[in-house]
Design a protein around this ligand. Structure first.
Ligand SMILES: [Mg+2]
Length: 279
């Protein structure tokens, strides 16, 4: 494989976008609804005390990147796919409308464009479809990309006593697997490696200040979205993704040969939509 044009003189070669609350505003209500569903899951499925749930949900989110990752670290056992199906199953996706302004901006950008989200592929594809931008990205780095199901042999080696018949269900990871997600530096470095980008020439957009700080630590150029104020580690601040052309005109500068999309030999995990999930 070629070195993905790393020797080109373009200022930016790749744009790496968080999705939730970055490509659409927090005011859509999805974030709040998602948190409510997570709290419900903690109560109904994990039988955590009702008065402890809200505080614990927030604390684990802050400390571990996602509440799900925190619950796993505490030793709670549940199926990752069932968790995602529960917390995303009832989200008010109708609140997301096609965004032709965003679509036109994305299509006019000459760089490679990838999604980097902690969400699972089902949620990511649904959101991108609702926004009408599903075909604007080369790929999606999501939960399944960074936390792939174990191979049958790995699974057996990890917990032989759980599956004496030797025919385990490998549709999801073992229930106590550590979750890899933003803002861990390891997750961001994995995303850089998987997408074969030069971090110095990659702009990373995210609405989370801690993700931006980790992105900067990983060597990325960074843009905090949803804030007009810079946060530690942010090179740029964007109140809305719609303001991108005014705030970052350099994305469109030098458009030409150097801005051509490059094809990568990436393993395709899902073809649910035209955009591929990277694994
Ligand atoms: Mg976000």
């Amino acid at each position: 494989m070629d070195a993905v044009g790393m020797s080109s003189g373009a200022k930016y070669e790749c744009l790496l976008f968080d999705m939730d609350d970055t490509l659409y505003p927090l005011s859509s209500g999805l974030n709040m609804a998602c948190r409510k569903n997570i709290e419900e899951f903690m109560l109904q499925y994990l039988h955590i005390e009702e008065n402890e749930v809200p505080g614990m949900c927030l604390q684990l989110y802050r400390e571990c990147g996602t509440t799900m990752a925190g619950l796993k670290e505490l030793g709670y056992e549940f199926d990752n796919d069932e968790f995602h199906a529960y917390v995303h199953g009832k989200l008010p996706y109708d609140a997301l409308k096609p965004d032709p302004v965003l679509r036109n901006l994305l299509l006019s950008m000459p760089q490679r464009k990838l999604i980097f989200t902690n969400a699972d592929t089902a949620h990511a594809t649904r959101v991108l479809n609702r926004l009408g931008v599903e075909d604007c990205f080369e790929g999606i780095i999501c939960f399944e990309t960074l936390n792939p199901p174990l191979e049958p042999l790995d699974y057996i080696a990890a917990s032989p006593e759980d599956h004496p018949t030797g025919s385990p269900d490998t549709s999801s990871r073992t229930s106590n697997s550590k979750i890899l997600c933003k803002p861990s530096l390891e997750a961001i470095e994995a995303a850089i490696r998987i997408s074969c980008v030069d971090p110095k020439k990659t702009l990373f957009f995210d609405d989370s200040a801690r993700n931006i700080a980790s992105g900067k630590a990983a060597g990325l150029q960074t843009v905090i979205v949803g804030s007009s104020e810079l946060v530690p580690g942010a090179d740029h601040a964007l109140r809305s993704i719609h303001n991108i052309k005014e705030a970052l005109p350099e994305i469109w500068e030098g458009e030409g040969e150097e801005g051509k999309q490059v094809q990568l030999e990436l393993v395709i995990q899902s073809m649910a939509v035209e955009t591929v999930v990277l694994a």
